[in-house]
Design a protein around this ligand. Structure first.
Ligand code: TXA
Ligand code: MG
Length: 385
């Protein structure tokens, strides 16, 4: 059944039981792998345990946490007794759970501590598909709150090594499940508005195109909800210019070195000046205080139009991390955070990231890259000059 862990190895089961005791009896945090990124988990229904998540990450208290469940029964046990799932939610759950989709539900204040929802009237819930995550929740037999297991503001960890490096000494127990398959966080969706439309608050592991397609295939044209993407199609009115997802107002995903987004696809907006690869490199060299050769990290695409231009500058010490090809955005998504963290660890002075188109996984990739970057540079390619 849903609640049955799919773990067959004896050692893994023992590690899960130890981790579960740590959570349930110790009220401590545990880092565990999910299909998106590693999570820093604690008992969601216990305010003391959940508070440790905020202190470990240095997370602002007004940024609510996602609650992770291992079964639909566990989801329903969290919700107000009179609540029934909408048709859209039933369809989304059926198609995308378990998986990288987070849904907002009305919060039952008797069951969900204030600290989890940062006093919002809603609670965010997801059912991860990673077998270790699901089994840990099922064995603990209670939902786990889990943000990404990184210091607030840093790129999210997609390998256990990232966690050990970033939160060293701050977490008691890390379950190592290898590299995360998706590599970017879940898509956060709000379907609770009166108009019935689906608002995507944070793009993520489930593509907006797939949400639209599944709803279209399962709901009649007459009652088909629109899928609105935050900042592209709507801004939350009640909250004025404050982002709908509290987490979006914070600086995010930034390694400790500056990141520049190289715009090679989109045209510069009015007022922005485009530059050539060589003048970009000149300005980076000029702004460097040291006389040692500049070390530049490059998150490079195999089908890039500018890499060969850039790396032909031999005064620079290049550190390349291959993100893959534009034809496979899911691979780019899987490698993005690892690339930022790997280049940071190699001690580069600056990291350059190339733009991808905002289709499918590209929407979430560009959302993370724009937040990580302190500057966007429009590179003129022969097409535009
Ligand atoms: O893939 C994921 O979602 C990962 C893994 C570990 O499950 N978790 C994750 O959690 O990314 P975190 O805390 O890094 O991001 C949660 C996002 C934040 O932007 C937060 O503001 C938003 O979800 N969120 C949580 N509860 C919310 C609520 N009630 N209303 C609006 N946004 C909410
Ligand atoms: Mg996070």
């Amino acid at each position: 059944t849903d609640d049955e862990p799919q773990i067959r190895s004896h050692d893994t089961l023992e590690a899960l039981r130890a981790a579960s005791r740590h959570l349930v009896e110790g009220l401590e945090t545990v880092v565990f792998p999910t299909e998106t990124v590693y999570g820093l988990g604690a008992l969601a229904l216990d305010a003391t345990a959940s508070a440790k998540i905020f202190s470990t990450k240095g997370r602002p208290p007004d940024n609510p946490l996602i609650v992770h469940v291992s079964s639909e029964k566990m989801l329903l046990s969290l919700l107000p007794p009179d609540y029934t799932l909408s048709d859209s939610y039933r369809i989304l759950i059926q198609h995308f759970w378990p998986g990288p989709l987070t849904l907002l539900f009305p919060r039952d204040p008797i069951k969900i501590p204030d600290i989890i929802t940062a006093n919002q009237p809603t609670v965010a819930v997801r059912m991860p598909s990673h077998p270790v995550a699901r089994a840990l929740i099922a064995i603990s037999n209670t939902p786990l709150a889990a943000p990404s297991a990184n210091t607030s503001g840093k790129p999210s960890p997609t390998r256990a090594e990232h966690v050990l490096h970033d939160l060293d000494g701050k977490v008691g127990l890390v379950l190592d499940g290898g590299s995360c398959d998706v590599g970017l966080e879940s898509t956060v969706v709000d379907g609770l508005h009166e108009d019935g439309n689906i608002r995507v608050l944070r793009p993520g592991g489930v593509a907006v195109e797939d949400i639209e397609r599944i709803l279209q295939q399962n709901i009649s044209q007459r009652s088909l909800p629109k899928v609105l993407v935050h900042r592209r199609d709507f801004l939350d009115k009640e909250m004025e210019r404050v982002p709908t997802t509290p987490g979006m107002k914070y600086r995010h995903y930034s390694p400790s070195v500056p990141v520049k987004l190289l715009r090679t696809i989109s045209k510069p907006p009015p007022g922005a000046v485009s530059t050539t690869s060589s003048s970009l490199l000149d300005s980076l060299k000029n702004s460097s205080p040291s006389c040692a050769p500049l070390k530049i990290g490059l998150l490079s695409l195999s089908d890039s139009s500018i890499i060969s231009d850039l790396v032909s500058d031999t005064e620079i010490q290049w550190h390349q991390y291959a993100l893959g090809s534009l034809a496979e955005p899911a691979v780019i998504a899987q490698r993005l955070f690892d690339g930022l963290l790997t280049l940071e660890k190699e001690g580069v002075d600056v990291i350059l990231v190339e733009e991808v188109s905002e289709d499918r996984e590209g929407l979430a990739i560009m959302n993370r890259v724009k937040k990580a970057a302190d500057e966007e540079c429009w590179i003129s390619t022969p097409m535009y000059v």
